[in-house]
Design a protein around this ligand. Structure first.
Ligand SMILES: Nc1ncnc2c1ncn2[C@@H]1O[C@H](COP(=O)(O)OP(=O)(O)OP(=O)(O)O)[C@@H](O)[C@H]1O
Length: 250
């Protein structure tokens, strides 16, 4: 739905912590990108900059031709903790995504129109939960709850879908399910998507393109066929061979 251009982004916290150091890349319309990197590499910082929650210290981000200068209704985010209202149904939770694109008065009074309701149902259908629409969120499994979180993001009708470790707290089967539905949602709507993941096997299964961050720098940017074990090693362990997973396994 929209291309994304990240140009020379640097983010410094508190005048000394360089979380991102001159990062640049472009993502064309509808591409499904996985962000890889060890703890502290700058993945969450990058996602927060992309959704306008934080401002870069230097550089700029464009969605299509628009410079990102704050939060936007056409950028939706899925979090590791899905922050559902547990006592509400899957449908009601999905519907709240519409509040991010309605005007302030409607959102203060939580008013939804017919289009919002249809969009929420369509979003639940996309994540395979239409039949569970009336089920309370707290009676659902962790994977189902995360799929409701995705449906809520889709009800916002975004151009850009961001997800920060959306499957980190799920077991492998649930993680695979959630990624399957997220990928399906992105493909159905031609959504440009960026998902940060820790699990390399899941990343490989679902990613089309991989951006590897380490110490705030892009150390890998390429497709599935380009991503070797050595690249994964370099992303997670750096250049020093004594730390390498390959060497430790060998
Ligand atoms: N609000 C903040 N204030 C100060 N430093 C921060 C802040 N947020 C992140 N940092 C620092 O910026 C660097 C990058 O952090 P970030 O959370 O973006 O990494 P990450 O790759 O998402 O890590 P994780 O996988 O552990 O979430 C780290 O050194 C972190 O301590």
């Amino acid at each position: 739905m929209a291309s994304l251009t990240v140009s020379d982004i640097t983010k410094v916290y508190g005048g000394e912590t360089v979380a991102l150091d001159d990062v640049s890349f472009e993502i064309p319309d509808g591409e499904f990108v996985v962000l890889l990197g060890p703890s502290g590499a700058g993945k969450s910082t990058l996602l927060r900059l992309l959704n306008g929650l934080e401002r870069p210290t230097e550089g700029e981000i464009r969605i299509g031709d628009d410079r990102v200068s704050g939060t936007r209704s056409d950028v939706a985010m899925v979090f590791q903790m899905h922050y559902l209202v547990e006592s509400m149904s899957a449908y009601r939770n999905a519907l709240t995504g519409a509040l991010n694109r309605t005007d302030t008065v409607d959102s203060v009074f939580t008013r939804y129109d017919e289009d919002d309701k249809e969009m929420a149902l369509r979003s639940l259908e996309t994540v395979g939960l239409l039949e569970e629409a009336n089920q309370r969120a707290d009676s659902m499994s962790g994977g189902q709850q995360q799929r409701v979180g995705i449906a809520r993001a889709l009800t916002q009708d975004p151009q850009l879908l961001l997800a920060d470790e959306p499957v980190a707290s799920l077991d492998p089967k649930a993680a695979q399910d959630v990624m399957h539905y997220m990928k399906r949602a992105a493909a159905e709507r031609n959504l440009t998507s960026i998902v940060s993941l820790h699990q390399v096997n899941i990343a490989r299964e679902f990613g089309e393109r991989f951006i590897g961050l380490r110490d705030g720098n892009v150390v890998f940017d390429g497709g599935k066929d380009d991503l070797t074990m050595e690249d994964v090693d370099r992303i997670y362990y750096g250049e020093s061979p004594e730390n390498s997973a390959i060497n430790n396994i060998a």
